[in-house]
Design a protein around this ligand. Sequence first.
Ligand SMILES: Cc1cc2nc3c(=O)[nH]c(=O)nc-3n(C[C@H](O)[C@H](O)[C@H](O)COP(=O)(O)OP(=O)(O)OC[C@H]3O[C@@H](n4cnc5c(N)ncnc54)[C@H](O)[C@@H]3O)c2cc1C
Ligand code: HEM
Length: 396
Amino acid sequence: MLSAHTIATVKSTIPLLESAGVAITDHFYQRMFRLNPELKNIFNMANQANGRQQFALFSAITAYAKNIDNLGVLSEVVERVAQKHTSFFIQPEHYDIVGHHLIETLRELAPDAFTPEVEQAWTEAYGALANIFINREGDLYKQTEQAPGGWLGQRKFTVLSKTPESSLVTSFVLSPVDGKPVIGYKPGQYLGIKVQPKHCEYAEMRQYSLSDKPNSSTYRISVKREQGEVNGLVSNHLHDSVEEGDVLDILPPAGDFFLQHQHLPTVLISAGVGLTPMMSMLEATVDSHPQTPIHFLHACENPEQHSFTQRVAELEKITPELNAYTWYANHAPEQDNVFSGLMSLAPMAQQLPLGSGNFYICGPTGFMSFIKNQLLDLGVKDAQIHYEVFGPHSDL
Ligand SMILES: Cc1cc2nc3c(=O)[nH]c(=O)nc-3n(C[C@H](O)[C@H](O)[C@H](O)COP(=O)(O)OP(=O)(O)OC[C@H]3O[C@@H](n4cnc5c(N)ncnc54)[C@H](O)[C@@H]3O)c2cc1C
Ligand code: HEM
């Protein structure tokens, strides 16, 4: 339990944190990777290059300082981060390294303000936060290890099949080398994957949403090839260098984005490869609650980039309660419920369960904000809206 004095001292540093901004977490990560380069085997360096992880950590630290006397309001954030941490198999000893670099960062960036009193308060406050994560992550590791089909850390899986779903997305079905069952998951959750692509000095860890309904023997993920000025390391490695029969290191399912109430009307809204968790939710709901009204709304560039088209059409045929709608950014519509341009919900508002449904969104953050604003304008409540960011979390 932190003393009133410690709490007051931490709070007194909030203006300092806010004026320094992400310079703090920038400095922190540079320092940590210089002195503990082995952590490059865990962190995604692309999320460092684009600044998203620095921003995520900075937001978490300032939110902690502001709410240090009312931690209940942070419970959702803590759960999301703890789930994410477990997919990297973060261990208690890692917290000592992070804590050390965080304290030294404050000392180096603000030597005058970093009095012994501030150092003592932040050391205690960091320790308290670290314990919250360590305890929750410990519980999650125990639960996952002890559940039927569960395991701790990495487990070897063979690629059973590799199937293109569209011009950019390929599915991989993974089966454990030991031939034993696999733990179930909540539709919407993701796996952790650890690979070492050719010419990479460090191992690379990424998350991929499970894209099918759970079964007790295999997992399916569906991966978009990320191309740009610098091609994505892991997605291109999976597309180009991983074949059927190859073996991958997989960390157990995790994540706080999942189907909440399968009996309530469900609206699945995605753009691009954001449809992967939606496929899992769709398959699971059609299988176990076929009476649930489901709307499957998807936006993508054109038919060539449209994944799972046939499967969704098949499910629509056999499930009267399922309605699918597509928006192509660059293609003229050729059939019912296919539109061109940006996804627009107002014209179809009457068909959506605005008052009673759960709305799940996944895609680029710009797309998700655009959709969330439309939903709020139509009267949907914030609590009905759930979303997943395919990278360090940011608020919409
Ligand atoms: C919860 C969650 C679920 C996810 N589910 C899926 C899923 O189901 N399917 C899926 O395909 N993805 C999913 N992702 C994303 C996935 O984890 C990877 O982030 C994605 O595959 C890109 O990884 P990469 O190694 O190929 O690219 P990275 O090497 O990590 O690069 C990421 C992007 O940055 C660009 N880049 C890299 N370095 C630089 C640089 N120095 N300068 C400029 N640009 C740069 C790359 O071109 C690329 O577009 C999910 C992510 C999360 C967090
Ligand atoms: C109290 C200490 C910590 C805090 C407040 C914290 C906070 C965060 C936050 C906010 C995120 C983003 C989560 C998201 O995407 O929603 C994150 C991700 C992550 N954290 Fe932590 N973390 C802490 C400790 C650690 C430790 C000890 C490690 C291991 C060395 C670690 C490794 C990671 C990794 C690898 C990611 C994912 C980064 C990425 O996707 O690029 N964290 N953490």
